[in-house]
Design a protein around this ligand. Structure first.
Ligand SMILES: Nc1ncnc2c1ncn2[C@@H]1O[C@H](COP(=O)(O)OP(=O)(O)OP(=O)(O)O)[C@@H](O)[C@H]1O
Length: 254
């Protein structure tokens, strides 16, 4: 993204943003409510055009390429998408239908190769046992994991996760962080961008961080350089202490 801004009703949702994500990088985007994180992710998902500046995704410039060609190359999960999945849809179909770029079952039969891949991805997220349940009967944590499996179904070149741990209990969060860490450490995994409010949710293996406040980047770069008490305090407008324990981070007010 170069010189990117998004304006709505005379408000800058994002402004002056220069940001580059390479294919082998795993980024976390941190910032308070309303900082512009979801707006940023929607730009990266080719769901939104910038008001000013240029966005290049996977070698294509937004505005010059059909977003319908680009979107299958990008895996995206968000709460907004979760709300669009029909509750009566079978979990295995929620995952497999990503390969056909649809939500909701639209074919009587899917190819065995696709069904096998969907089951493999559900297994990687630890939720094989849910394959024959309907999506509407799942808990929040189960839904999140199923949607991450769906996001990976098309073998995307870029994976975008909007607050994947929101609404999870402690065990669910820790399980998800471990699974996302395994994904981050897999050299074959796609470039990944994860949006969160909490440093506790940063999976080990993530390499870079972008801190956002009021639609602007406070700082961006390697996690070791960017994640400091000073930068975090600036971002969240509080005097914060940041602790590191092993490969995890913890923050609280000073
Ligand atoms: N169409 C719009 N018109 C005016 N303001 C908008 C519009 N859409 C979003 N906003 C505002 O833009 C800001 C950024 O929104 P965004 O959803 O990107 O933030 P966020 O960092 O993801 O927040 P949260 O952490 O609460 O999910 C918010 O203050 C929001 O109210």
């Amino acid at each position: 993204m170069s010189g990117v801004g998004v304006r709505r009703n005379r408000n800058d949702l994002l402004a002056g943003l220069d940001w580059a994500v390479e294919l082998d990088e795993r980024w976390v985007v941190l910032g308070p409510n309303g900082a512009g994180k979801t707006t940023l992710l929607r730009l990266a998902a080719a769901e939104l055009h910038p008001t000013v500046g240029t966005v290049d995704l996977l070698g294509e410039r937004i505005g010059k390429v059909s977003v319908f060609e680009l979107r299958p190359r990008i895996g995206f999960t968000s709460g907004a998408f979760a709300n669009r999945v029909p509750g009566e849809e079978l979990v295995r179909d929620v995952v497999v239908s990503a390969g056909y770029a649809v939500v909701g079952r639209w074919r009587e039969e899917y190819d065995t190769i696709d069904t096998d891949r969907a089951l493999e991805l559900l297994a990687a997220m630890g939720v094989t046992y849910l394959a024959d349940r309907t999506f509407g009967t799942l808990s929040e944590g189960e839904r999140k994991r199923v949607l991450i499996a769906r996001a990976l179904m098309t073998d995307p070149e870029m994976l975008l996760l909007d607050e994947p741990a929101a609404g999870l209990d402690l065990g669910g969060r820790e399980d998800l962080v471990a699974r996302l860490s395994a994904l981050a450490l897999d050299p074959d995994a796609p470039a990944t961008v994860l949006v969160t409010h909490h440093v506790e949710e940063i999976p080990p293996g993530f390499t870079h961080a972008l801190l956002l406040r009021d639609g602007r980047a406070v700082v961006a770069g390697l996690i070791e350089d960017v994640l400091t008490a000073e930068n975090l305090s600036k971002t969240f407008d509080q005097d914060l202490l940041l602790e590191r324990s092993g490969d995890r981070f913890f923050a609280r007010r000073r």
